[in-house]
Design a binder for this molecule. Structure first.
Ligand code: NDP
Ligand code: 2IT
Length: 452
């Protein structure tokens, strides 16, 4: 492999595929970024001579470990755990932990790679990492989840630290799991430090961290619409997912005067033509988080709404705005076309890589307002960064201060996307803007460090 590799996009992608066999999600994420970065570095030899993209696409390290735990029937269960530390050029590794049966090394490598660009975009000093396990929290008792979290942390603790690597939540990991993991970290190390974010307010957490990803995604959408003289008010929105990101995105759309038509989970989606109002969102939050129910029950609870099962996704429901907030590859090329045919004008990704490569190309070519997750869902990790600052300073900011900082960070990310993604005719390619702005910050830091 020589520097010449970096001149040829296809050769570069072929190399990534060859070195990462069977890791489709990782290859997909690197391909999407490389398509824009090759354009950008074409006339900037310092980046390709130093093999910067090649280096960012090779995680600093991948730690894989066994997680044993005992279920309520005294069976010994064995899961696999990982922490992918992708890049710490601009700050300690930072990124969530995912507990879901679909978790593989490929999924966590793609997430840690994306996180590196996302965290750079926030303007805060955070590198990129991600971790998790193929543990399935569904159907487990609270005690089983606690024992799993404790066992997971009993290995993870030696790889993390407030200035080393700071995990947080993601799919299947919320405040409760962070509590179990923080408790175990503290028990093993005897250190009360900001080693995790998304903590409870009584023990070092930050206000608005829970809401930040969903709210931030809608602030980003608002910024995109504003650039075209439009607003969220009066617009209809299709949202997928019904977890942390989806419910808070829905809440902010409603607060800004929009009408939310759909929510979903892995079994299907609900369509409520009357609109999913705040009281209905509150019901979903309680139902999903505390009762651990399914979204299908919404249709029984609220008259006039319908449930579409068999894993159906909401993208066939006509809407002005689409916010995919469930998981990766939940919106394909055919669905992207359907959204466009039905008049969708803007897409803001709350999830990470929810649109497959086909879909990305279709949205880009249609020149609609399309924000990739690394830009629009950065509000969560941004408030995690603010939680780290508050922990270091041993103080806490007020809610109004944090709300203002979140809005400011989201409009800063929007500005950075415009800087690198806007063409002469005024159209903005937010994918290109986010990729280049995120890359440039990390790349310039790496150049300063020499060959490491
Ligand atoms: P939650 O666990 O709170 O909710 C996940 C939601 O997505 C659930 O409704 C779940 O349905 C659905 N879902 C999960 N996997 C699948 C699947 N394979 N197919 C269909 N639906 C699925 O997670 P979050 O809301 O925190 O995360 C959602 C997305 O947002 C993820 O991509 C995550 O990486 C991203 N994100 C999260 C951030 C955060 O701060 N939490 C920050 C930035 C991005 P079911 O109950 O049936 O599993
Ligand atoms: O994907 C993400 O940005 C997150 N899951 C949040 C990470 C964090 O460290 O808050």
């Amino acid at each position: 492999m020589g520097a010449g590799d970096h001149v040829d996009l296809n050769g570069f992608i072929a190399g990534v595929k060859r070195r990462n066999p069977g890791q489709d999600e990782f290859v997909q994420a690197v391909t999407e970024v490389a398509e824009d970065i090759f354009d950008f570095i074409g006339d900037k030899p310092k980046y390709h001579e130093a093999q910067i993209l090649r280096r960012i696409a090779e995680p600093d390290r991948v730690v894989s470990f066994r997680v044993c735990w005992e279920d309520d029937n005294n069976n010994i269960r064995v899961q696999r755990g990982w922490r992918v530390q992708n890049n710490n050029a601009i700050g300690p590794y930072k990124g969530g932990i995912r507990f879901h049966p679909s978790v593989t090394e490929s999924v966590l490598k793609f997430l840690a790679f994306e996180q590196t660009f996302k965290n750079a975009l926030t303007g805060l000093p955070m590198g990129g990492g991600k971790g998790g396990s193929n543990f399935n929290p569904k159907g487990k008792s609270v005690n089983e989840i606690m024992r799993f979290c404790q066992s997971f942390m009993t290995e993870l603790y030696r790889h993390i630290g407030a200035d080393v690597d700071v995990p947080a939540g993601d799919i299947g990991v919320g405040g409760r799991e962070i509590g179990f993991m923080f408790g175990q970290y503290k028990r093993i190390t005897n250190h009360f430090t900001g080693v995790l974010t998304g903590k409870g307010l009584e023990w070092g957490g930050s206000l608005i961290r829970t809401e930040a990803t969903g709210y931030g995604a809608v602030y980003f959408l608002q910024n995109m619409l504003k650039s075209k003289g439009m607003d969220v008010a009066g617009k209809t929105a299709a949202i997928s997912g019904s977890g942390n990101v989806a419910t808070h995105a829905a809440e902010k759309v409603v607060q800004l005067g929009g009408k939310v038509l759909t929510l979903s989970d892995s079994e299907g989606f609900i369509h409520d033509p009357d609109g999913i109002t705040q009281d209905k969102i509150d019901w979903v939050k309680t139902h999903k988080t505390h009762r651990r129910g399914r979204i299908s029950e919404y249709a029984t609870e609220f008259k006039g709404s319908t449930f579409h099962g068999g894993g159906a996704r909401p993208w066939g429901v006509p809407c002005d705005l689409a916010l995919p907030c469930a998981t990766q590859n939940e919106l394909n090329g055919a669905e992207a076309k359907l959204l466009l045919q039905n008049g969708c004008i803007a897409v803001a990704e709350g999830a990470n890589m929810p649109t497959d490569l086909d879909g990305v190309h279709i949205f880009k070519a249609a020149r609609i307002l399309y924000a990739p997750g690394k830009a629009s869902n950065a509000g969560g990790v941004a408030v995690s960064g603010l939680e780290m600052s508050q922990n270091s300073a041993r103080m806490s900011w007020k809610e109004e201060e944090l709300q203002a900082m979140l809005k400011d960070i989201m409009s800063g990310i929007h500005d950075r996307c415009l800087e690198y993604g806007r063409s002469a005719d005024g159209h903005t390619d937010y994918v290109k803007g986010a990729n280049i702005a995120g890359f440039k910050k990390v790349a310039d830091a790496m150049l300063a460090f020499g060959v490491v």
